[in-house]
Design a protein around this ligand. Structure first.
Ligand code: F6R
Length: 608
């Protein structure tokens, strides 16, 4: 997730900007830059290395003149990490400098329009259209130009804008992306989060969507979207720097769990135009899609579990046989992959060694490879024929949460997109799935409301040494991920079973008080699941059930029931994992485990 800072003061801005960017490093970034404004115009410094290298290049900012400036840490979305793509971006005439956090969804059409008018772009970013539009609309009145530009932008943004004609002013505005104004002594600050502000001031203003701020060293003036002056309350923040990095949460994992409705919305909404799904730059077309007789999904860990959901989704909507492979297995067997195979590679980091090797193997065998990746410019993104980014923002906790649910969101979207092209399922079925997808962020938000119930249920587990998760169909896919989540952060031994398999061996392990989590949200097989639950109960098992609202008949069979909102059966996988991310979190918390950095685990497994 990108980060922005801006400083208007009575002392050189660069030192503050570099410090502010260091505070934003925790958000993850692949490049960074600052621009200061002085009588000589803009001075811009960028780096694709660490902030430390920017500090070293500028003697800690001392080489840059100007008491006003803006800075940015970039997490690439449009265009690889590179110096031209790093912010700040300048207008062609050099009169504007802009930093941006968010995604401009209609940038391609704006860029085409500006190019036809003779504007020359130097980056591949969506952001660069903003300084160019400012140049186009600026007729000497900065407020009027900012309002005209804001009216053109679709998507999300928090912006810091400098104009050489206004050498003492930073303009800031936002829509669906965070932006905070810090009110200091002899200086005023903007930032995308409080971490960059708290060591200077605890007095802040939170602008609303559409509001515009004009900030100088002495004042911060706020205006509504029509340019009318408004009064805003100054709030005092109680957080220290460490709490601020985690958005006030104790752990990144909880912050990332709570970010999921927004992350899924970003993944989905940025690809939707009316009722169309548009994947930019995808080479796959209808003819190529029709040529596939098999899909192979290859990944590791949670990404592999997302792939298992993918099998159910693709086989139902595309009617193409789909296999799911663990990357470390695929690469060392003799896989049947050829030019009629679509290989889908799933990886949050884009750097997992086994997954990358499997991708290369599949390409050599002639498959068309499509990567579902979060990190732009990562090795897997570079090596695949096609990429669909998950755009979850950086994930810092080792245990994946929003990484996994945004992978599912891409799988769902891709399935609807392909099913429409292939006509492989009834139109009503495909469109119902599409409608459900649009409501997925809201359903995720509702699922988070189970937190209190889950928190209580987690207390029962602190002395548990071993337990089971069971489910059928989509519920089984969720059981695999829920079980992994629990074991990796709470260190409780846990196994996931297809409920129908219990009788074939594992039921011998069910004894008095053995906890069994029964996932009962897949409506079509609910009765069969309830029979399995009864078998476990009869042997003394302690049942924690999860089902969709209204299924109260589950209560008579379980010690605890967690309810989630009803969605399309395939989409349930994304909603049903939410309680178990929270469940794992609270069990680990009660046991005093290191939640964000579980023992023996690394965020990115770049070795075999
Ligand atoms: C579990 C987890 C891991 C990863 C796996 C693949 O919470 O995060 O199982 O899913 O290591 O990593 P990526 O998706 O980066 O390839």
């Amino acid at each position: 997730m990108c980060g922005i800072v801006g400083f208007a003061g009575k002392e050189p801005a660069a030192k503050f900007l570099l410090e502010g960017l260091s505070k934003l490093e925790y958000r993850g970034y692949d490049s960074a830059g600052i621009a200061t404004l002085s009588e000589g115009g803009f001075t811009v410094k960028k780096s694709t290395e660490r902030i430390e290298s920017l500090k070293a290049d500028t003697a800690d900012g001392a080489k840059l003149n100007g008491n006003i400036g803006i800075g940015h840490t970039r997490w690439a979305t449009h265009g690889a990490p590179s110096i031209p793509n790093a912010h700040p971006h300048l207008s062609a005439d050099g009169n504007f400098a802009v930093v941006h956090n968010g995604i401009i969804e209609n940038y391609s059409e704006i860029k085409a329009e500006l190019e036809s008018e003779g504007f020359k772009f130097v980056s591949q970013t969506d952001t660069e259209v903003i300084p160019m539009l400012l140049q186009k609309y600026y007729k000497g009145d900065l407020m009027q130009a900012v309002r005209a530009v804001a009216a053109r932008l679709e998507g999300s943004y928090a912006l810091g804008i400098l104009c050489a004609d206004y050498p003492e002013t930073i303009v800031a505005t936002r829509k669906f992306s965070p932006l905070i104004i810090g009110i200091g002594e002899g200086c005023n600050i903007i930032a995308s989060d409080v971490t960059a502000i708290v060591s200077h001031t605890k007095n802040v203003i939170f602008p609303e969507d559409g509001e515009i701020a004009f900030i100088t060293a002495d004042k911060a003036e706020l205006f509504d979207a029509n340019g009318n002056a408004i009064e805003k309350e100054i709030s005092a923040i109680g957080w220290d720097v460490a709490a601020a990095e985690k958005g006030g949460y104790d752990h990144f994992m909880m912050k990332e769990i709570k970010e999921q409705p927004r992350a899924i919305a970003q993944t989905v909404e940025s690809r939707i135009k009316g009722r169309e799904i548009v994947f930019e730059d995808l080479k796959l077309d209808t003819e190529k899609l029709k040529s596939f007789n098999r899909i192979q999904i290859i990944a590791c860990g949670s990404a592999y579990h997302a792939g298992i959901v993918g099998k159910y989704v693709f086989e139902e909507l595309l009617r193409i046989p789909t296999e799911v492979d663990i990357a470390s297995e695929y690469r060392y067997r003799n896989p049947i992959t050829d030019d009629k195979t679509l290989v889908i590679i799933i990886s949050q980091s884009g750097e997992t060694a086994d997954t990358l090797a499997a991708l290369k193997e599949a390409r050599e065998l002639g498959a068309h490879t499509l990567a579902i990746v979060n990190v732009v410019g990562s090795s897997i993104a570079k090596a695949a024929d096609d990429i669909i980014y998950t755009w979850a923002g950086p994930e810092i906790a080792v245990a994946t949460t929003k990484g996994y649910t945004t992978q599912l969101a891409v799988i769902y979207m891709f399935a609807v997109w392909a099913a429409r092209k292939l006509g492989s399922a009834p139109v009503e079925r495909i469109e119902a799935m599409f409608d459900g997808l649009l409501k997925l962020p809201e359903a995720t938000e509702k699922a988070l409301l189970c937190e209190d119930t889950v928190k209580e249920a987690a207390k029962d587990l602190t002395d548990t040494e071993s337990m089971f998760f069971i489910g059928r169909n989509i519920d089984y896919a969720v059981a695999l991920e829920a079980s992994l989540k629990l074991k990796e952060i709470s260190y409780i031994h846990s196994e996931a079973y297809a409920a129908g398999e219990l009788k074939h061996g594992t039921i011998s392990l069910i004894e008095e008080d053995r906890t069994v989590v029964a996932l009962c949200s897949y409506q079509r097989l609910l009765d069969k699941m309830l029979s399995n639950v009864k078998e476990v109960s009869a042997r003394g098992g302690h049942i924690v059930a999860c089902t969709t609202e209204g299924n109260t008949n589950v209560e008579s069979n379980a010690q605890r029931v967690i309810y989630i909102p009803e969605t399309d059966p395939l989409l349930t996988a994304s909603v049903e994992i939410i309680p178990f991310q929270l469940y794992s979190y609270y069990v680990a918390l009660y046991k005093g485990c290191d939640i964000d950095k579980p023992r023996n685990l690394a965020k990115s497994v770049t070795v075999e």
